[in-house]
Design a protein around this ligand. Structure first.
Ligand code: BGC
Length: 267
């Protein structure tokens, strides 16, 4: 199975923490050069770059707010100047701003949609423009380019108290599938990884104490909270030629969270 990303150039948004950091390291371990995008937390971004280099890989940090068109375009220009092109985009940057719906400020609705959905639009558009400009590179990959969108089980599972977040991920699903349909004939593959509960800072409260973790495990048939390496492996697969015949797919990596766990006892 061809999981090698040797010689390919990847950009991972929000790569200085959590799932993004894990994905950046997994892509680098598979042979890709990786742009570690960040918006706040420069030290951590530089630490991820240094850790990738110490493991024998190549990475560089670029600051950009993915919800700002000029910053996204400047980031792509820098990457392409430095490394010639891009082969893999991982749209990972995302955040939560949780409120009861009737108390949700418009600003927090907008922030979540701007980063989680518009950010994926802006980065995907730049990546696709560059894939089309560059043309095929069969010595690197069978596809013209690959986009992996970081979605969530909450593109499917409704989530009370997190309506902005669930709406953004539902949007990612049909953005991803429509893009996949639009560009399949140009050999650009677009897929999503949909993580369940993965131990990262975004959901720290949900697993930080033994009581919280026990309660979280009720939602996970596989009875283990995920780790970023679970998502890194799935992302390498979707970015590699091992998945060359896959496009427009939502790959749930969730220990069974989307299997309606309450129904194992009846219904
Ligand atoms: C959210 C996490 C949550 C997980 C499962 C993710 O998309 O960001 O906070 O733990 O879904 O509910």
């Amino acid at each position: 199975m061809d999981l090698s990303l040797e010689g390919q150039r990847a950009l991972v948004t929000g790569a200085n923490s959590g799932i993004g950091e894990g994905v950046a390291k997994a892509l680098a371990a598979a042979g890709a050069k990786v742009v570690v995008n960040w918006v706040s937390g420069e030290e951590r971004a530089e630490a991820v770059v240094a850790e990738i280099a110490a493991a024998g890989g190549t990475a560089m940090a670029i600051r950009a707010d993915v919800s700002k068109e000029d910053q996204v375009q400047a980031m792509f220009r820098r990457m392409i100047e430095a490394w010639g092109s891009i082969d893999i985009l991982v749209n990972n940057a995302g955040l939560q701003r949780d409120f009861a719906f009737h108390e949700m400020p418009l600003a927090d609705w907008r922030l979540v949609l701007d980063v989680n959905l518009t950010g994926q639009f802006l980065c995907s558009r730049e990546a696709i423009r560059e894939f089309l400009r560059r043309g095929p590179a069969p010595e690197l990959s069978a596809a013209l380019g690959k986009i992996v969108c970081m979605s969530s089980v909450h593109d499917l599972i409704p989530w009370a108290g997190h309506v902005n977040y669930a709406a953004s991920k539902g949007g990612v699903m049909l953005m991803m599938k429509s893009l996949a349909q639009e560009y399949a004939s140009r050999r650009i593959r677009v897929n999503s990884v949909c993580p369940g509960a993965i131990k990262t800072p975004i959901n720290h409260e949900a697993w930080a104490t033994p009581e919280a973790e026990t309660s979280l495990l009720r939602l996970i048939p596989y009875k283990r909270v995920g780790v970023v390496e679970d998502i890194g492996k799935a992302t390498v697969f979707l970015a590699s030629d091992a998945s060359d015949y896959m496009t427009g797919v939502n790959l749930y990596v969730d220990g069974g969270m989307t299997l309606y766990p309450g129904f194992d006892m009846g219904g």
